[in-house]
Design a binder for this molecule. Structure first.
Ligand code: NI
Length: 174
């Protein structure tokens, strides 16, 4: 396992639409890396494209997904929305590709997803609140939709400048 570099907005790779997975078992090493990377950054979820792999895969931290904190993350391969509640909620949302930035995003309050696990077995996951929000957020990544798309043009420019400046400062201090 290895901690991977998380791509930050406005890295153009984050705008790639991820491709369907034909062999789920081939993703084991990538999932192990993503798990370690997500834990190291204390994220609630992580999409493969955030570590530069444009495949339809994301993971959600176990406690967020309704499990125990010590459980491994839930792995979603080729995820699809089966159902979204009509009831929606706006909440501040963060993203590991937008460090330190929080944006109000309206999402369905409850969601049911279908996906494959690492053995290629289909399963369904239903959640509300943070779990529902996390699944919808990570699916957005696979379709190249980002937090920056939920704000207006001016705020998007501010976010872009701030992240670029921080990336330059970090680069200069290395
Ligand atoms: Ni994200």
């Amino acid at each position: 396992m290895a901690i991977r570099k998380i791509l930050r907005y406005p890295d153009p790779k984050l705008r790639l639409v991820s491709k369907p997975v034909s062999d789920p078992a081939s993703l084991r090493a990538l999932v192990a890396d993503m798990t370690e990377t997500m834990y190291a950054s204390k994220g609630a979820g992580l999409a493969a494209i955030q570590v530069g792999e444009p495949v339809r895969l994301f993971i959600i931290e176990a406690a967020v997904a309704g499990g125990k904190e010590e459980d491994p993350p839930v792995v979603f391969i080729n995820p699809e929305i089966i159902w979204l509640s009509r009831e929606r909620e706006t909440n501040e949302e963060g993203c590991l590709s937008f460090p330190g930035i929080y944006v109000p995003v309206e999402r369905a309050l409850r969601a049911r997803f279908r996906a494959l696990d690492l053995d290629g077995k289909p399963f369904e996951a239903e959640g509300s609140d943070l779990f529902a929000r996390a699944m919808q957020h990570e699916l957005d990544h696979l379709d190249a939709k980002l937090l920056a798309d939920y704000v207006g043009r001016i705020k998007r420019q501010l976010i872009t400048r701030r992240l670029q400046r921080e990336a330059e400062e970090e680069g200069a201090s290395e």
